[in-house]
Each structure stands twice: as C-alpha cells, then as structure tokens.
Design a protein. Structure first.
Length: 96
C-alpha cells in the first residue's frame, strides 16, 4: 500500500477525491490465502449483508503510515460491539 500513502499526503478530508487510479488488489499479499464469511456491520444498526474478507497474512505499516491514515480517516468508528458467535455462518478459506 505504500504508493497509495503518498496520494493521501496533503488531503484535508476523507471525502476529497483521489484522481490517481487505485487498484485494491495491489494491497494484498498474493502469496497467502484469505477467509470470507457473511456478516454484518460492526457499528449500529449492525445491518446484515456484509461479506467480510480477512487476509491470512498480516501486512506491515509504519507508524508514519498509520498516522497519515488517521489524518484522513476521521469518520472511521471502532467496533461498537464484541465479536459475535458464528450462528451457522460458514467461514471459507481460499488459496491464492
């Protein structure tokens, strides 16, 4: 994700348009797999219908990158509730 952090520099708000193309597939490690499951939003109203994708390998970010993200991600809320039981949900693992 490092090249995209440069695009965030100087942005004053999260809604500001980034004119350069962004390809989210470049953010993931293509040598590890990922998990997917149907879930819900983590903040009220906790609406169902969200497909969660979790990479099996954790990426790295420097303190400077995290600080930069915090400057533009002003509307991001923390989880409003604890982890929930699976309740018959199926978690699938995909190899890349």
């Amino acid at each position: 994700m490092a090249p995209h952090f440069k695009n965030l520099a100087g942005k004053e708000k999260a809604e500001e348009e980034v004119k350069e193309p962004v390809d989210p597939s470049t953010w993931v490690d293509k040598t590890s797999g990922y998990y997917r499951y149907d879930g819900s939003l983590t903040t009220p109203p906790c609406t169902e219908g969200v497909i969660w994708t979790i990479m099996s390998k954790i990426g790295d970010a420097s303190k400077e990158q995290i600080d930069l993200l915090k400057t533009v991600a002003t509307t991001v809320e923390p989880n409003a509730r604890p982890a929930q039981k699976l309740n018959d949900r199926i978690v699938r693992y995909f190899e890349v």
